[in-house]
Design a protein. Sequence first.
Length: 958
Amino acid sequence: MPFGLKNAGTTYQRTMTTLFHDMIHQEMEVYVDDIIIKTKKAEDHLIDLRKLFERLWKYNLKLNPAKCAFGAPAGKMLGFIISKMGIKIDPAKIKPPVLVPPKSSRPLIMYLSVLDEAVGCVLGQHDDSGRKEQAIYYLSKKFTQYESHYSFIEKSCCALAWAAQKLRHYLLSHTTYLISRSDPLKYLLEKPMPTGRLAKWQMILSEFDIVFTSQKAVKGQAIADHLAENPKDDEYQPLHTYFPDEKVLFVGAVEDMSERCPEWRLFFDGAANSVGARIGAVLVSPEGKHYPGAAKLQFACTNNMAEYEACIFGLKMALEMEVKELIAFSDSDLFVHQTLKQWITRDSKILPYHCNLLNLARQFQSLEFRHLPRARNAFANALATLSSMIQYPDELGIEPIRIQLQDKPVHCWVVDKTSGKSPWYNDIKEFIKTGSYPLEATANDKGFLRKMASKFFLSGEVLYKRTSDLNLLRCIGEDEAQYMMKEVHSGVCGPYMNGHLLAKKIMRTGYFWLTMERDCIDFVRRCIKCQVHGDVIRAPPTELHSMIAPWPCSMWGMDVISTIDPPASNGHRFILVAIEYFTKWVEEESFKHVTKKVVANFLRDHIICQFGVPETLITDNAKNLNNDMVDGLCEQFKIRHRNSAIYRPQMKGAVEAVNKNLKKIIRKMIEKHRDWHEKLPYALMAYRTSIRTSTGATLYSLMYGMEAVLPAEVEIPSLRVLMEAKLEEADWIKQRFEQLSLIDEKRLNAICHGQCYQKRMARAYNKKVHLRTFEEGDKVLKRILPVQDEAKGMENGNGGHAANGNGETNGHVEPLRPIRYRVFGGGPRVRYSHSSRFPHFSCRETHAYPNDLVLSIDNERRQLWISNRALLEQVEELRAIVEAQSARIVELEGTVIDKRVRDMAARDQVQRTRARLVRIVKEIKERAAGILTDTTMLINEVVDGFESSAHEGTVERT
């Protein structure tokens, strides 16, 4: 019967019911494979048995004679005794278990059951008949708190080690068969180099002869499961895995740094944690003089790598001091065993360090490595962790400690280029040709060389690499590889591809060298043209650092919305904006010209006199925001004036965000282009009474502690307006004081909300960060942005601003094809002309890409336009001076006429002012004439150049 199947019992019971359906509950009872023939009279019993045997014979069912009993007056059924007296309990079920001593001639049987919280164990042995198992010992225990966190297989190993410790006197002299649901022995013994508790459990079980046996039936495991489900309450003891003298790895004289020794000694240690990696080493001379050294590792490494770094660091110190005989002490068990070649070094990160260490060891006449307890290596440990808490003997002198920075792993400094005479494949070629090995090759090196040589093919003096698809790639040296990379990457047909594609293309061409992909990536990284014409890296180079204001009105930022086109009806074209960084409160005012006096007055009237003296003022590097008047005002009121970096405009991003939002609001409010200055106060009010995402509240409530009354609440009175209208003045004042008392709580909530908002912004921003650091002296590519002359109007310009018939435009311009030229005249208006409008040219001869002549003329035109723009700015400044002087003249003349003062001094001043005005006007005319002359000469040169080019083209066609 296949009891291994899940539904075998049900199927078998259904089969037995079908076969004996007419006899069940009459002559017999059937439960799975147990059959009972029941008869009231002895003479009828044989008749019923004959009927049963005939039915069994018919359906070819077999019986086990050893389990059959005939004519019994009573029998066992499901653990009970059934007889004519009724049903009784089986005495064997209630008989107390009797523990028997083990016999040395037979093996032991251990049942082990492991649950999440406890473990149960039964140790037994077969009796003389070999069929019945007898119990020898019962064990059960709860797992401790830290043992309960093990995985299931580790719990099984822990339970087996604990049971073996408890039953050690039984297991030492017997072979023990382990019966369990899992095989902990296989898990422990398959570990190539177990560490920690696994190694201790392996050591505990190594003295016993334990053999795992798969579980065949459920019955034998029932007692062990019962013990695991009901552990004893008095056994919570942990597993004892302490061995006598387990920390003793070296037997010899006790070494101490303070003791004298005839040899040089080296004490070193390395440490790596979340802060960084540090190493320290100290050399002790035979006279007892100490030479300490420490280094900070500026690359990620493990503790074992740091230990090797410290050892190599100390050995180099010893070689510099010409030490030939040295004893090195380390508190790392792994390092000492690997150095003594007692343990095999398998970690790929440690192998380069191990090889470098062996090369350094050959330079000493005598070098011995010993293990030292951590307590006796305190000074090296203190150097590694840069700690000053170690107390050092006063009678011994210590040299000053110099901390150096180390950017790369120590083994990277010894990786040099291959020698120019022998290529990288020289050893492989010699082995294939003659079968000889290099002189210093070890057994591992020889095996690696044989395995590597099987992948190469020698044809004459040329070595080929055999690929997986049976193609042959020619092996080339370093010089040939450099030439091949240069030709394929940037040669005549070079597409300037990336490093990975370059390596694949060279392989398809039929060439190979060992470090092909890495060399190709490094070659492309050093290509100047790939850097100049490559894609611009849009990812931010550093993480986001938010600016936080400690309290309201302590930090302000200022900026100018400049050159608004068209200007307002009152002539204003500029808006001066100031924002408070804590509450995001905004102050704005429009001006015709934003001069240094206007900025100073705005700072004094709108910020200092209304909100108090701020601690910090942040502006950009504009001259009207950075001048002697603003600096004098800041110095007078002890205000720190900070400027945002030229290449870091995000430093005043809050002001730029306010400018963007206010311009959006004004664009939607205005009905006429020239009345935007009238809508500015309403836009400012709308912005102040809106909830900002960065603060979670309105600017008005954070600044004044209450919400402002909106115009809609006056037309249709809200509940707040109605309630305040019925309040007496004293009650309203009391309510207002209560609101002011709660304003601090609102501001603290705004701080918490703002910090959470900044964290979310920083988290989203930092996901895109690609860290890039530059140091002084590094060569970088600087991107020069084109000069833009874009007016900040109150409309987006997305439609309705096309060029007119005369080529003039006041907004968006559709690009002309195939070439568009921009001709700059003496005025501020820009004209756009198509190439077909120039004489001696036709559109058929105009190429989509300009030639060298056009590019050179365009470059000269750009330089002239820049100088022209500078002159225009000077003209604007002179015009402003003229207007100021004219106003001064009018003021003086009015004073003279009204008061009829015949003072000669005033008349002289008027005359001097007029003379100065005449000189200024004359200077303006001279500069304008010079500009027109330069422009005319440039246009003539352009026309002459195009005429000569057209003439040459005509001659060539002829």
